[in-house]
Write a protein that binds this ligand. Structure first.
Ligand code: FES
Ligand code: FES
Length: 184
């Protein structure tokens, strides 16, 4: 798991604040906007994002790091926000599903999920898409099906729509790769 501050630093700050019964001030950039708040040191990033910032596209499915519904990007890497303390993200850049679309236009991965019916109830979809974008960022636009399935092991779809999800990720990956080539 990726942490902006070391776990020991965050734990020390947390412990000190908890002993003092006080809140910790955290400042970060979320979807390109600077935000700052006093939070309980035990606040998880997912709760800060959902309850503090009202960005409710990030879901809580299990709270125990198993389902992937809470995936966001922290400094450009996908993480499960139910396992990260908000206090450990001080100074970090966070992107949630709300930050993917630009100028009213869906991100290519969002468009691919829409086009390929990669969702049923939609509960897992924000986490799936954030994980998928990270997969493409790391593996490239030609990532194969076996790799996608392996990489998505940490994301659970209770509607079991995996076939279409994988098809959507492949299409989204190709579109993202095409965008990169066009920019080069
Ligand atoms: Fe974070 Fe399930 S809510 S992994
Ligand atoms: Fe319903 Fe995945 S679409 S949980």
């Amino acid at each position: 798991m990726f942490f902006r501050k070391s776990q020991s630093e965050a734990a020390a700050a947390q412990g000190a604040a908890a002993r003092a019964g006080s809140a910790i001030t955290v400042a970060m950039t979320v979807n390109g906007k600077a935000v700052s708040a006093d939070v309980d040191p035990r606040t998880l990033l997912v709760h800060y994002v959902r309850d503090g910032l009202r960005l409710t596209g990030t879901h809580v499915g299990c709270d125990t790091s198993q389902c992937g519904a809470c995936v966001v990007h922290l400094d450009g890497r996908a993480i499960k926000s139910c396992t990260v303390l908000a206090a450990s993200c001080d100074g970090a850049k966070v992107t949630t599903i709300e930050g993917l679309a630009q100028d009213g236009k869906l991100h290519p991965m969002q468009e691919a999920f829409r086009e390929h019916h990669g969702l049923q109830c939609g509960f897992c979809t924000p986490g799936m898409i954030m994980a998928a974008v990270d997969i493409v960022n790391r593996k490239g636009g030609t990532v194969d099906e076996a790799t996608i399935r392996h990489e998505l092991e940490g994301n659970i779809c209770r509607c079991t729509g995996y076939h279409n999800i994988v098809a959507a990720v492949r299409a989204g990956a190709a579109a993202m790769g095409g965008m990169r080539q066009a920019a080069e």
